[in-house]
Ligand binder design. Structure first.
Ligand code: FPP
Length: 227
């Protein structure tokens, strides 16, 4: 693998948890638990590959429409993970940041996200961007409102008002689970992202799947509108 062509920013729509569980006659929530284990495997794999930023779509602004039990389970899963896994982030030198609408999130989740972000702020390896209560349109509207307070709205001023403006644009957008949609994921940042779709359900994802996606990305000819 050519190290100089490693994508700086990879985003993943981690899809297929529910179907993974259903095929095993397990509750959907079990699929999310396995999905979290896959997320940890892929965080390690992304570090090993030298990826700088990894955005993980953990809960969208639309996911509130799911059954109350599933929503509570997901919120609890994220909260408990952040509470218990500081060691995992420290051992891998991973910094954690959050993207999403803070005002719609329960206070206990927000507190855990903020504490993890504070505690990992000095780590210099991979940065993991956890998308919780995140919608691409919502982020753009919030950024546009913020940017227009200080003057004319331009691409530069809007970019600077995004949730994590220091992040490079998305290089590689991966969606697992045999669905071929963007689903409101990092809409502004993915303007020139290369797309990679995987037939595997997210809980089945391994380090080799990420390596395959990155190798596929390295074969693309990115032109950014030029010839
Ligand atoms: C989509 O699968 C998955 C989600 C909505 C939740 C993803 C969340 C995790 C994997 C937990 C990650 C947490 C951290 C802290 C990284 P789906 O339920 O829509 O699957 P389906 O399409 O098969 O029903």
């Amino acid at each position: 693998m050519a190290p100089d062509l490693v994508p700086a920013h990879v985003g993943i729509i981690m899809d297929g948890n529910g179907r993974w569980a259903r095929e095993r006659n397990l509750p959907r929530t079990h699929g999310h638990g396995e999905g979290l284990k896959a997320a940890k495997r892929i965080v390690r794999a992304a570090s090993d590959l030298g990826i700088r930023c990894l955005s993980l779509y953990a809960f969208s602004t639309e996911n509130w429409k799911r059954a109350t039990d599933e929503v509570s389970y997901l919120m609890d899963l994220i909260k408990t993970h952040l509470k218990q896994e500081f060691r995992f982030y420290r051992e891998n030198g991973v910094r954690v940041v959050h993207s999403g609408n803070r005002s719609g999130l329960p206070a206990d989740i927000l507190a855990e996200i903020d504490e993890t972000a504070r505690e990992t702020a000095g780590f210099t390896g991979l940065t993991v961007n956890l998308l919780v209560n995140y919608g691409g349109r919502d982020e753009i509207i919030r950024a546009a409102n913020k940017a227009s307070e200080t003057g004319a709205l331009t691409e530069k001023s809007l970019s600077a008002a995004l949730d994590n403006p220091e992040f490079p644009e998305l290089d590689l957008l991966i969606r697992t689970g045999r669905e071929y949609r963007i689903s409101n994921f990092l809409l502004w940042q993915s303007a020139y992202a290369e797309l990679w779709f995987s037939d595997k359900y997210w809980p089945d994802w391994e380090a080799s799947d990420l390596a395959e996606a990155v190798a596929g990305y390295q074969k693309r000819n990115r032109r950014f509108g030029s010839v």
